[in-house]
Design a protein around this ligand. Structure first.
Ligand code: DGT
Ligand code: CA
Ligand code: CA
Ligand code: ZN
Length: 581
């Protein structure tokens, strides 16, 4: 059993206890245990009992529960709790803005336990009759229901990757000589994926049995000799296609998509008297096979260099490839620093030194510790005095570390009126300031845009964090004129962030490309809340590649001296103009 699965069970127990109205201490204990398991670098299912006890927040009782989960794949206590409620009640919890307390209220007063029941109660005005609800909450619930409908069936890229990797490894272990690759939107690095597409070539026919009997499969939707589909426990659909080796390239190309890219490529083939499909590239005249075993030979036969999967969205990539001006896409290895992360000073799980050493271990030259400011009270945000004391502690750690430069930064809240949460003379004493919106999401577009523009006017703001505030599959971006913000960032020399948190990926690919084209410096950061969170950078890199970014477009690919000189606070107006592209 994976750590994520164990953590999920503990979170669910905490939710159920909260719905029941159990004591806060027990609920917190399960949540802490879930965090602790999720953060553990080793598989806790494989740890011996004495090592389990060493995990923070895991006592004798919870260690036994982990054992039970690892040994049996389930937990009796969890099942007992689930039996006390209709199982659909957990769906209510997944709605944005609906927590266990609300669910408990809905269930006890109106007996609501399904999304349909909630929808009908909300749309007929029955919710506001409940004491402690009101019109505002009702509106929030209706909005959340609407968002769920629009997003349902899609999954985050990182989650899809994890689930698909398990399946692919399961198949590769049984067919070691076959080629087995994820394709579709997952291979293109799309921010969300509708399903999992897997392609196999050179595998024995039994691969279809291995696929339909893989772990975590809830239902087999179809089984054939060349295609099977299954539904997984987590709600994913996965398709496996088996093709002969001579068609591998053609099938990779076809099933990677996107559909729009494929159609444009097929047109290009037709212009050359060729027919392109998932079996190969053939002459229209007599069906002679021209290419098909590799993607490279297919693109080459169409007078094109290989087009990286991330670019295959029909956003000008075929024209650019034809003119030999495809970008040299940025790679993870190009990054020299991570400049957005949190520590135990606010809502992070690790201390300064642990974060710094982890960044060093990843080969980074520099990092910035950027904890929250005081407006984020629930995250224990820092006021001026604590921010400066924290900066001192950060610099002390920096002095002890030989191979990595540690910047003392902050992620400073942008207040609803556009002012910053910390005084200028405090911000001036730090090495790097990220400004972010964390509250007051309901402002209209004019207010929100003015608010962000005001923050960009502050000379101590170097980076705008997660610029649109979206939470993928959960919360739309706040209403913001992104183009105006991009222009203002370009004018002021403020960098815009690509936040690598899998549910943010904010800026998006399209926005990041626009920002780069307007001359805005980009930073790719993790916003890590533990040392393991630094690995999330691969998702930010996926966005950057889909945005056509090259290493020089991204500030934190620069050596430290250059990175520092290009921060807004250190740029002269001449430097600003010179760095425009
Ligand atoms: P998704 O699943 O919504 O995240 O997006 P995709 O791109 O993975 O779409 P999916 O799973 O429906 O199909 C996988 C690939 O198969 C798609 O990217 C391109 C190819 N494909 C599917 N249907 C068609 C089609 O009607 N025409 C062409 N040319 N290609 C198609
Ligand atoms: Ca797909
Ligand atoms: Ca599919
Ligand atoms: Zn933030």
């Amino acid at each position: 059993m994976e750590n994520a699965a164990i953590a999920r069970v503990f979170q669910e127990i905490a939710d159920l206890l909260e719905i029941k109205g159990e004591n806060a201490f027990r609920i917190r204990a399960y949540r802490a245990a879930a965090d602790s398991v999720a953060d553990c670098p080793e598989r806790v299912a494989d740890l011996p009992a004495d090592r389990l006890h060493e995990l923070p927040g895991i006592g004798k009782d919870l260690a036994a529960k982990i054992r039970e989960l690892a040994d049996t794949g389930g937990l009796a206590y969890h099942r007992t709790l689930l039996e006390e409620f209709p199982p659909s009640i957990l769906d209510l919890l997944k709605l944005q803005g609906v927590g266990p307390k609300t669910v408990a209220l809905l269930y006890r007063t109106l007996g609501i336990s399904t999304l349909d029941e909630l929808e009908s109660a909300a749309s007929t005005g029955r919710l506001r009759a409940i004491k402690g609800m009101g019109a505002k909450k009702e509106e929030l619930i209706l909005k959340a229901l609407d968002e769920r409908r629009r997003f349902s069936g899609r999954h985050l890229l990182a989650d899809t990757h994890r689930v698909a990797s398990t399946l692919v490894e399961h198949l590769r272990a049984r067919a070691p000589h076959a080629t087995i690759e994820p394709v579709g939107s997952l291979r293109r690095g799309s921010e969300t994926c509708g399903d999992i597409d897997i392609l196999a070539a050179g595998a024995p026919p039994e691969i279809m049995d291995w696929f339909t009997s893989a772990p975590a499969i809830a239902r087999v939707l179809g089984r054939g000799d060349t295609k099977s589909s299954v539904l997984l426990d987590d709600g994913y659909q996965a398709d496996l296609r088996l093709v002969p080796p001579e068609s591998l390239g053609a099938a990779l190309q076809y099933f990677t998509g996107s559909k729009a890219h494929n159609i444009a490529l097929r047109d290009r083939a037709l212009q050359r008297g060729l027919k392109l499909n998932e079996y190969g590239l053939f002459t229209v005249d007599d069906g002679t096979r021209v290419a098909g075993a590799t993607e490279q030979e297919i693109y080459a036969a169409l007078d094109l260099p290989f087009v990286p999967p991330e670019l295959r969205e029909h956003r000008g990539e075929i024209e650019a490839a034809g003119e030999r001006r495809l970008p040299a896409l940025i790679d993870r290895g190009d990054l020299r620093g991570d400049v957005h992360m949190h520590t135990t000073a606010t809502d992070g799980h690790d201390d300064i030194e642990t974060m710094a050493r982890a960044a060093e271990a990843l080969g980074y030259e520099y990092l910035a510790i950027t904890d929250h400011s005081k407006a984020l009270a629930m995250a224990n945000g820092l006021d001026e005095r604590r921010a400066l004391a924290h900066a001192k502690a950060i610099r002390e750690v920096g002095r002890r570390l030989e191979h990595v430069t540690v910047l003392a930064g902050i992620e400073c809240d942008i207040r609803p009126d556009g002012s910053l949460d910390l005084a200028d003379d405090c911000l001036a004493q730090l090495d790097l300031v990220i400004a972010s919106v964390h509250s007051g999401f309901n402002q209209d577009e004019a207010q929100m845009t003015d608010r962000v523009l005001a923050a960009l006017d502050n000379p101590w703001v170097d980076v705008l964090g997660h610029p649109t505030g979206r939470l993928l599959l959960r919360r739309d971006p706040y209403r913001l004129d992104v183009e105006r913000v991009i222009q203002a960032a370009a004018d002021a020399g403020v960098a815009l962030e690509i936040n690598s948190q899998p549910d943010r990926l904010d800026l998006s690919d399209v926005q990041a490309r626009l920002a780069r084209d307007r001359g805005v410096p980009i930073v790719i950061s993790t916003d890590a809340h533990s040392h393991r969170g630094l690995d999330l950078v691969r998702w930010g890199i996926a966005v950057a590649r889909r945005a056509w970014l090259e290493a020089p477009d991204v500030l934190n690919t620069r050596p430290f001296g250059e990175f520092r000189a290009r921060l807004r606070r250190h740029r002269t107006s001449d430097a600003r103009i010179a760095s425009r592209r």
